[in-house]
Design a protein around this ligand. Structure first.
Ligand SMILES: Nc1nc2c(ncn2[C@@H]2O[C@H](COP(=O)(O)OP(=O)(O)OP(=O)(O)O)[C@@H](O)[C@H]2O)c(=O)[nH]1
Length: 308
């Protein structure tokens, strides 16, 4: 299965809401675009958790371009797709690589968001691109997290740096980047323990981890990725905004998109957080992960409606 099929499969819950409900609006006939129709389509879009501003923008687009006309389902889907592409537009490159030497990527987020799994998926992706990887097991809080990451490193055949139990995560990060430089490794991915943006001490700890990485490579970390759990939908966004600001995040990894019918949250995140969605997870396998591509995402979302 290629990634487009995995994405389609992963977005099935969200796609079902959109496609079935939109199809029901038409019942294979044309529909007059009037206020009643606009309200019906608004209600459908809301269900996917796109957020008020995005839904309004989509409804406005339909109203402006189609009000008073009789249109087919395909016309509405095409208009929604175009506007969504516009709302989701962002710079293409998912990772800002170092000009020379290792690229350091720090990964943070709240407990259970999907950090460790996403790190394994990232490592797999870099490896399949021919890049060498070293992992830094910076979640020294939980022995199980170090264990889990060690298992992944063995499975993936990538190096790992761990600390003594309860070692300071900054020292693990420092040594992981040190090893990346010594071994001429392409990418160093540093895990961090789950935390809440309200836990001041733990948020300060993230700054210490950053500083430790920067002692090895002044312009690093090149990326600080915030892993968000898509199943929390829009509820997680304001929390994420505070987290991202405090931790100096450069992008979002949106995990567990397959577990929710609220996949429209990608649109809400793009609109409400001043950060690109860099990667998405649509399942538990390594292959269920890729750089976020807005065109591909929008196509997968409406694939069922168009029978693609
Ligand atoms: N279905 C699905 N499950 C996922 C995805 N990403 C992660 N998971 C699952 O989510 C659960 C939590 O993932 P972890 O990677 O352990 O989360 P974490 O953020 O490292 O957790 P802590 O270390 O406790 O903070 C695991 O059961 C993963 O298998 C995804 O894209 N889709």
């Amino acid at each position: 299965m290629g990634f487009f099929d995995r994405l389609k499969q992963g977005l099935k819950k969200t796609g079902r809401v959109l496609n079935t409900d939109i199809r029901d609006l038409f019942k294979s006939e044309g529909r007059l675009i009037d206020e009643a129709f606009l309200e019906e389509i608004r209600a459908i879009l809301f269900k996917t958790d796109m957020g008020f501003v995005s839904v309004q923008a989509l409804v406005d687009e339909i109203a402006t371009t189609m009000r008073g006309r009789v249109v087919q389902m395909e016309d509405i889907v095409a208009t929604l797709k175009n506007k969504l592409r516009e709302l989701l537009a962002q710079s293409e490159s998912p990772i800002e690589y170092a000009a020379s030497g290792p690229t350091a990527v720090m990964v943070c987020g709240v407990n259970g968001a999907g950090k460790t799994t996403s790190i394994a998926k990232l490592a797999h992706m870099f490896k399949s691109q021919g890049k060498s990887v070293v992992l830094g097991a910076g979640d020294t809080f939980r022995a199980a997290a170090v264990e889990q990451l060690t298992i992944w490193s063995n499975r993936l055949g990538v190096a790992i740096v761990t600390g003594e139990p309860k070692a300071h995560p900054a020292s693990v990060a420092y040594r992981a980047v040190e090893k990346a430089i010594a071994d001429k490794t392409d990418v160093c991915i540093v895990d961090t323990a789950g935390r809440l943006q309200t836990q001041v001490n733990l948020m300060t700890e993230l700054t210490k981890i950053r500083d430790a990485i920067a002692k090895q490579i002044p312009e690093a970390p090149h990326e600080v990725l915030l892993v968000l759990d898509a199943t929390t939908g829009q509820n997680g966004i304001s929390q994420a905004a505070k987290f991202a600001e405090a931790a100096g995040c450069t992008g979002i990894v949106l995990a567990k998109l397959d577990g929710t019918a609220k996949g429209g949250v990608v649109v809400a995140i793009r609109q409400q957080l001043n950060l690109p969605v860099k990667f998405i997870g649509v399942g538990e396998q390594h292959e269920d992960f890729a750089a976020f591509d807005s065109n591909q995402f929008v196509d997968a979302l409406f694939a069922d409606a168009l029978g693609v």
